[in-house]
Design a protein around this ligand. Structure first.
Ligand SMILES: Nc1ncnc2c1ncn2[C@@H]1O[C@H](COP(=O)(O)OP(=O)(O)OP(=O)(O)O)[C@@H](O)[C@H]1O
Ligand SMILES: [Mg+2]
Length: 249
């Protein structure tokens, strides 16, 4: 089992990268779990999918029903079976949408259960791909604690790279185990390619690849088409295959 989490500044292309990764990986023999961990969920859309129920809905259900359940109810098992029931089985992968973060109530109880449950669910898969919201904080607060490959997506902007640097430093402070961190430059143009490479070297960031600005993605986006349907000839999709090799997944 390998957990790959995709993070980075807002709008850099995390979801696009996740969708393109999944696009390649579904052709493998491996079992794959795609997790949309962005409260503002849009991975299903990028995969041409619609998911109605979220993990957060199941957590709310348990919180609301907690006092009405028979006292001998095994709440962890109940929550686990509800989460299994909302795992969307797709061609080549399963999809789980986390949904909205907690409200103002006390969530320690359910979050502890969720940590155990997610530990067990994740073990059923060869590969787990997580599309996160910008930043890392919610990953650590949340329910996944071990990440094998942290992929930070950044664009050509200085702020994007600063975010990558901050994430690297933050990792040390958080209760999160990360085995390896890579940077993917996205929306790269021939003009900024060399400079970005040099800059990343100066910052000591390991680059997994450079995804070009791709007219196909821009067009698919405008047409509301799923990025998972991008043709194999798209420049971004071609680079993604190299990135998969570099990530060793
Ligand atoms: N390589 C690319 N070439 C052209 N357009 C791209 C590329 N990658 C992403 N985009 C476009 O950039 C926009 C942002 O991409 P995306 O939604 O994947 O970013 P994100 O980091 O997931 O954003 P958020 O922080 O809101 O979750 C989208 O309109 C997407 O179509
Ligand atoms: Mg996104």
């Amino acid at each position: 089992m390998k957990v790959v989490a995709i993070t980075g500044k807002g709008g850099t292309g995390k979801t696009a990268v996740a969708a393109m990764l999944i696009r390649w990986l579904v052709n493998r023999d491996a079992t794959i779990l795609a997790i949309d961990a962005d409260p503002d969920s849009n991975l299903p859309e990028a995969l041409g999918d619609v998911v109605e129920e979220t993990l957060a809905d199941q957590r709310e259900f348990l919180l609301q029903e907690r006092d009405n359940l028979p006292p001998d109810t095994d709440k962890e098992r109940l929550l686990e079976s509800r989460i299994y029931s909302i795992l969307a089985e797709r061609h080549g992968y399963d999809l789980l949408v986390m949904g909205r973060p907690e409200g103002s109530g006390c969530y320690c109880f359910t979050n502890n259960l969720l940590r155990n449950i997610m530990d067990r669910i994740i073990k059923n898969y060869d590969l787990v791909i997580i599309d996160t919201a910008a930043g890392l904080e919610h990953l650590s607060r949340g329910i996944i604690r071990d990440v094998d490959e942290l992929v930070v997506v950044t664009d050509g902007s200085r702020r994007g790279l600063q975010t990558a640097e901050r994430i690297r430093d933050l990792e040390k402070e958080l209760d999160l185990k990360i085995r390896h961190m890579f940077v993917i430059f996205n929306k790269v143009t021939p003009q900024n390619r060399e400079r970005l490479n040099k800059y990343a070297q100066e910052l000591g960031l390991e680059v997994a690849g450079m995804v070009p600005f791709d007219e196909d993605i821009a067009r698919f986006d405008l047409d509301g088409k799923a990025l998972s349907e991008l043709p194999a000839t798209s420049t971004a999709v071609i680079e993604m295959e190299n990135i998969i090799m570099k990530l060793g997944i």
